[in-house]
Design a protein around this ligand. Sequence first.
Ligand code: NCD
Length: 320
Amino acid sequence: MSALTHLLDTKSLSRDSALAILDVAEDMSDTQQREIKKLPTLRGKTVVNLFFEDSTRTRISFEAASKRLSADVINFSAKGSSVSKGESLQDTAQTLQALGADAVVIRHGASGAPRTLAASGWISAGVINAGDGTHEHPTQALLDAFTIRKRLHGGASRGRDLDGIAVTIVGDVLHSRVARSNVWLLNTLGAEVTLVAPPTLVPQDVSAWPVRIEYDLDAAIAAAPDALMMLRIQLERMRDAFFPNEREYTRMWGLDDSRLAALPLGTMVMHPGPMNRGLEISSAAADSARSTVLEQVSNGVAVRMAALYLLLAGDREGER
Ligand code: NCD
């Protein structure tokens, strides 16, 4: 049996499974420091990147991770495919099954699409959720946790959880699958999570989340969290006016240069990308030594290598 059947969310991911992925990612990250980065581990396996929503970073990251493990990669983007002619998820999935896909990495605008695919019986492949609607984006949260652990503990990260670490997530929580996946994973790993957002961008069901809510970014910064995670304002998901205008948003909720100056020295600045520079984060903040933005990208490859390895290295027989 493979160690991981699917990776659909972090809400149901146990502490042990999360730490296993993070620790394997440490090993993968070590191999990426070598001159020859490619491992033979998944030779003969086929990974399909099935992207129904735009993505640069995540798709490239999964592609790099698959190739570094010597898997064959098929990139399937829904635009220009038969999906735009109305082909159903079932037909697409059955086509992938007939092609011999061992893993399907799916990004979809509908929350729950990866779970539907995994539970359908249409495919025997392992399914990884690469972002579904406003629901979850588990590999993003795992790479964020990996990045926090690595910044804080360096080479001594293996086996550690995030007990007692304070993480403050700022911005468009309402539309953010990154925020949701981070809240569940960080909580499972023992971190204390604070959300800072305009009241209009706080989800209604937040009372059931293991978080503290704060509306004053300056107070949240003064509390000296270990990590300050800025979220992208997801204008493409906004049909209503959630804040008066962009300038007002930046004044109230943006990490601008004066807030950067006020940020306690030990606080790292994170952003999942793509960034709206000048809106939720200033260029000085994004490019500062506190920023982990590029570390997040390179750690993302190691974390996705780990997820693919744990999904595919064992025998998947009978996991359908
Ligand atoms: C995120 C996503 O698509 O959910 N980006 C990413 O995966 N790097 C966050 C975002 O789009 O703001």
